[in-house]
Design a protein around this ligand. Structure first.
Ligand code: NAD
Length: 326
């Protein structure tokens, strides 16, 4: 293997830290840039001597310029993630998203970094007209006044800027669209941690009987969850083998209904439950499942089905829930 040097922006985040760890394990040189807004350096605490950490805001052009010096590849993942933030702080989502991609592209061009991989998201489809959804399905912003779409708009801008700049100024630009990655320490503002922490509290406060469990929607909505280990395998393949100006889904094509996810969670606790349907968040898509044919062609196959992967995640959230609530 040829040793390469990578900059991972957003590298103390859930996915960035998993990638940074994997690249170090593969023998590469890794620099991470993050301001720990949502990331945590703890995730990389055992690697302090194996990688370089730059604490900086992706909106700080000079800091980004310094950070790209002498790297071969930039993997740009710094972004405001977490659905609650899209609704509550849309201006921040766009500020970080747009200034971030501008600074990354400018810095790469100034320092002749030839390889750029940019994280987009399944959110760019919003309600996809086709499920499983392949990379050619049109991207949509159904309502500019709905703050949720600040995130997909930021991703759309990032994709288009990276691809168009890539055509003229890079050896290789790839865009990857993660689809609902889950794993231990994935953050608290996502459906799996939210279900697990709420279910575990209910199990504790109601030691007997059927537990009423409120959800958004009626349970027939779907997502396709990919374990972080599988995700990282997929991302490494995209970074190593992805073709110039191509877009790749990274996910699992196991479509899972939300009532099935609830079933997995209560099976873990060994308790009977009843789903109480509720209002869906404005703009939340009804179905989501990626077609991962393009990634499969790079040799990827998801290895961890949700029913196996979720156990370790519930263990983690039960263990750290009290510390988080303290
Ligand atoms: N986790 C998923 O399922 C998923 C799905 C689709 C897309 N994505 C995208 O993948 C990437 C990684 O996601 P994640 O799950 O690790 O999210 P995350 O929130 O854990 O990681 C994002 C990182 O960006 C950092 N960041 C935020 N604002 C910053 C700023 N101003 N300057 C520097 N760093 C900043 C955060 O501190 C955090 O460490 C993001 O771009 C996200 O939008 C993730």
């Amino acid at each position: 293997m040829v040793e390469k040097s990578y900059l991972v922006t957003g590298g103390s985040g859930f996915l960035g830290a998993a990638l940074a760890r994997r690249l170090v394990e593969m023998g590469h040189r890794v620099r991470v840039l993050d301001n720990d807004w949502r990331g945590s350096r703890e995730r990389l605490s055992d690697l302090v001597y194996d990688l370089e950490f730059v604490e900086a805001d992706i909106r700080d052009a000079r800091a980004v310029d310094d950070a790209v010096k002498e790297v071969d590849t930039v993997v740009h993942m710094a972004f405001v993630n977490g659905t609650a933030f899209f609704y509550e702080q849309p201006d921040l989502v766009l500020d970080v998203g747009v200034k971030g991609i501008v600074n990354v592209i400018d810095a790469c061009r100034r320092h002749d970094v030839g390889n750029l991989a940019v994280a987009s998201s399944s959110e760019v489809y919003n309600e996809p007209w086709k499920v499983p959804t392949d990379e050619s399905v049109p991207l949509t912003i159904p309502d500019p006044l709905n703050p949720r779409y600040s995130y997909s708009a930021g991703k759309l801008i990032s994709e288009i800027m990276a691809l168009n700049s890539g055509r003229a100024h890079f050896d290789r630009v790839v865009v990857f669209r993660p689809h609902n990655v889950y794993g231990p320490d994935m953050g608290w503002h996502h459906v799996i941690p939210e279900f697990v922490t709420r279910a575990s509290r209910l199990v504790e406060t109601q030691p007997e009987g059927k537990i009423e469990f409120q959800i958004q929607g009626d349970g027939r909505e779907s997502r396709a969850f990919v374990h972080v280990e599988d995700f990282t395998d997929g991302l490494v393949r995209v970074i190593e083998k992805g073709e110039h100006l191509q877009i790749y889904h990274i996910g699992n094509d196991e479509e899972t209904r939300i009532d099935e996810l609830v079933r997995h969670v209560f099976a873990y606790f060994g308790r009977d439950y009843k789903i109480v349907p509720g209002k869906r968040a404005a703009g939340s898509p009804t179905r989501r499942c990626p077609d991962i044919g393009k990634l499969r062609k790079l040799g990827f196959a998801p290895g961890i089905p949700l029913k196996n992967g979720i156990k370790g995640v519930i263990d983690w959230y039960c263990k750290y829930q009290q510390a988080n609530e303290a």
